[in-house]
Design a binder for this molecule. Structure first.
Ligand code: FAD
Length: 375
């Protein structure tokens, strides 16, 4: 495997690309990582100071083994990190009767023996008096759940990758690529780079460079930080809330920068190139209305706000597969709003795939053959 200067080129160094470059470099591969910006940055999907990591996975039990593997790898990485990456806060999922959030999380927890408690509304109010839970609601409390620091994670993955021999090129957009049986060529303004395999971890930019039509939709999301009442929010768990109309939103403990709050979905369809980058008054009001009803203690002065991108697939599962026209090009767009926590497990899967042809993980649910795609 040495007729090219690189074994693998990874295009896009958000958390998925950073984890992939790291896993490849750790395995001794000659790897080049390229990003159009200088990661970690705030223009894609891997920023905003906190990302939830939980095992009681309401979306589907199939994610539980994957998050467990990711957690092992995050802990291992944290041992080599200059700053903490993980913070155990406990996690609460609250919803009305029949809530997919609570029932889905409970199903995953039961199937995979995830330590958890089911609380009724009165018990939630007793333990967390700042949370205004509707009568008849229930909650799943997961004591082992917590938060990752996304900027620190991306930075550490890239630092450790470079330490293990990876070459990183920042502020250098990939313009296009070609592939044939002998290898791949990746073109930037600086020239052409050759390798055996190309991995595209381009987040919301994947549709621009995939060279096939994937049914992915980019969605604009906003996050806000608000001043909480004195000290109340320091020891909260992060909380996922489902309202009676099915809206899901999240609140986070105050880690020194205010209470972060964000809606899950409900943003406008956009593209990475054309997205409105500044959060506006309507974005803020939508979040404030929910805080006023459910967590009024968090509804203080706005401290900060930012825009982030979801890349959604029709079934909200990830997209991880080889390109249908090129066996040596691998695509990964693992967002749909819930991918961050899995990054090191996905990174090792992509690295194994590129180096051995075997992913080591059952990627069937993530194959692009589940969509009808045109090359
Ligand atoms: C508001 C919000 C909240 C979220 N909350 C959670 C959560 O709590 N828990 C969780 O697990 N997940 C969460 N997610 C999802 C998670 O953050 C994403 O799944 C994950 O960050 C996606 O990473 P990525 O590497 O695929 O994309 P990105 O981070 O966007 O990385 C793509 C990279 O490709 C680069 N790039 C683009 N075009 C080119 C080019 N032409 N050449 C070279 N490089 C290029 C970009 O600069 C970028 O660095 C959340 C997402 C958002 C937006």
């Amino acid at each position: 495997m040495n007729s090219h200067p690189f074994d693998v080129i990874v295009a896009g160094l958000g958390v998925m690309g950073a984890a992939t470059v790291h896993a490849l470099a750790e395995r001794g591969a000659r790897v080049l990582g390229i990003d159009r910006h200088d990661p970690p940055h705030a223009l894609g999907s891997s920023h905003g100071r906190t990302r939830i990591i939980r095992e009681a996975y309401y979306e589907h039990p199939l994610y539980v083994p994957l998050v467990r593997r990711a957690l092992e790898l995050w802990r291992k990485l944290e041992n080599e990190a200059p700053l903490p990456l993980l913070r155990k806060t406990g996690g609460l999922s609250i919803g009305p009767p029949g809530s997919r959030l609570v029932e889905g999380a409970a199903a995953s927890a039961r199937e995979h023996d995830v330590p958890h408690e089911i609380l009724d509304a009165a018990e939630v109010r007793r333990r967390f008096p700042d949370f205004h839970v509707l009568p008849g609601s229930s909650a799943l409390y997961e004591p082992g759940a917590g938060l990752l620091d996304p900027e620190a994670c991306v930075r550490t993955l890239l630092l450790r990758a470079v330490h293990a021999g990876a070459i990183i090129r920042s502020n250098e957009p990939v313009l296009t690529w070609t592939a044939d049986r002998t290898g791949v060529r990746v073109y930037t303004h600086a020239g052409a780079f050759a390798a055996h395999t190309l991995i595209l971890t381009l987040g919301a930019w994947l549709p621009e460079l995939a060279q096939l039509h994937l049914p992915l939709q980019v969605e604009r999301q906003t996050m806000f930080w608000f001043e909480p009442r004195d000290g109340v929010a320091r020891h909260w768990p992060y909380t996922l809330w489902e309202t009676t109309n099915g809206t899901i939103f999240a609140t986070f403990p105050d880690l020194g920068e205010g209470v972060k709050a964000q809606l899950h979905h409900g943003g406008e369809t956009t593209t990475a190139a054309s997205v409105r980058r500044a959060p506006d008054r309507d974005d803020e009001l939508r979040v404030r209305r929910l805080l006023e009803e459910f967590v009024p203690a968090a509804n203080g002065a706005r401290r900060d706000g930012t825009v982030c991108l979801y890349t959604n697939s029709p079934d909200a599962h990830f997209t991880i597969d080889t390109h249908p026209a090129h066996a040596n090009v691998v695509l990964c767009s693992a967002c749909s709003g819930h991918g961050f926590k899995f990054a090191p497990a996905i990174g090792e899967t992509l690295a194994n795939w590129a180096l051995t042809g075997q992913s080591g993980m059952d990627v069937t649910p993530f194959r692009i053959t589940r969509f009808s795609v045109a090359t």
